[in-house]
Design a protein. Structure first.
Length: 348
């Protein structure tokens, strides 16, 4: 039985739902090509950081605000090692990757604020990026008076980038928000997809130099299970937004769980460090075997069997209509057919 793994994510078409998450491995040309050969549906390039864009603007004669200068000073103290030396090198990497690869190439912007640095997204589009992933970290608590202001800054940044580009924009959220589902609804008009969740570096203290030392730890296979409940909630509450599951996907079972929970794609990074690019083929083969066992021929069949629960018949009907519209199943002509589904939200 033939299984079609073609995936649509925020307007982009991927040959498989396995997406390589932003990590230093993707900066290496031969590694990127090996990931594509192994079956990756898309790759997200390593992040370009806010301070690198601010330096690029500063060298170009753009006047920086006092807050932007402060961000540059904080970056010096944290000493985060970027994959690209500067913004020009990053643009060159985007152009090279987009020219070489047949799968979508997504650039990544990483920062704290919604200031004018996000306009650099337009430069990334001109360099050939098929999409942009925005990763906004929480600022220090003293910068904002309440959690609502933090969410407002995310919505503002998304609106600015969305106005500057015509390619899809994906937002990578951290898990520390009051309500991810309600924030997703606020972002719905400006983003073409959400990544749940972004991983922040752990911070250690160098006792000899008395300085901060950020470090990235690999996530353990299976730890995606901790995000499944949120994926289900966000998807059922806001089915119009495509979702990417991120963090702790290392086995085919992790991929299957993520897709059944509402994700359109599963993002991998730590598994690539442990097993190399061939782990992508392992994930795909396991997914195909599972689908063949259930006699599903496409990911649409898998989506139709997601185990969703609804508090009311009205909520279930809203979900069915939103999902049908998103995948082009809705009829708007006179005599529109009625959408049917069972108690779990499975389209029939």
């Amino acid at each position: 039985m033939s299984v079609d793994l073609t995936t649509r994510y925020g307007g982009l078409v991927f040959p498989s739902p396995i997406v390589v998450s932003a990590c230093p491995l993707v900066a290496h040309e031969q590694t990127r090509l090996a990931m594509e050969r192994a079956g990756a549906g898309a790759v997200v390039l390593p992040s370009l950081y806010e301070e690198q864009v601010l330096i690029w603007y500063d060298r170009d004669g753009v006047k920086l605000s006092a807050e932007e200068r402060r961000i540059l000073e904080i970056a010096k103290n944290l000493q985060v090692e970027p994959c690209c030396a500067d913004a020009d090198a990053y643009l060159a990497m985007v152009q090279r990757a987009s020219e070489q690869m047949t799968i979508p190439v997504i650039a990544s912007l990483n920062g704290y604020t919604a200031s004018n640095w996000v306009d650099f997204a337009g430069e990334l589009q001109r360099a050939g990026a098929d999409g942009i992933e925005l990763n906004i970290h929480h600022p220090p608590p003293m910068v904002y008076s309440n959690p609502r202001e933090i969410e407002d800054s995310v919505v503002e940044a998304v609106a600015k980038i969305d106005a500057a580009i015509s390619i899809p924009l994906f937002v990578k959220l951290q898990c520390e928000y009051t309500s991810i589902s309600h924030l997703a609804r606020r972002l719905q008009s400006g983003t073409q997809g959400l990544v749940l969740f972004g991983q922040a570096p752990s911070i250690d203290i160098c006792l000899d130099r008395l300085s901060l030392k950020p470090s990235w730890d690999l996530t353990q296979p299976g730890s995606i299970v901790h995000a499944l409940g949120t994926l289900l909630e966000v998807h059922s509450y806001c089915p119009a937004i495509p979702l990417a599951a991120s963090g702790g996907i290392g086995t085919p079972i992790d991929v299957i769980r993520a897709l059944l929970s509402g994700a359109d794609v599963a993002m991998v990074a730590s598994a690539l460090y442990r097993e190399g690019p061939d782990v992508i083929r392992t994930l795909i083969d396991g997914l195909v075997l599972y689908m063949e066992r259930h006699r599903w021929t496409s990911l649409a069949d898998l989506r139709d069997h997601r185990p969703l629960q609804f508090r009311s018949e009205e909520h279930r009907e809203i979900y069915l209509r939103a999902l049908a519209t998103r995948f082009g199943l809705a009829h708007t002509q006179p005599g529109e057919r009625t959408l049917h589904g069972d108690g779990w939200g499975h389209l029939q």
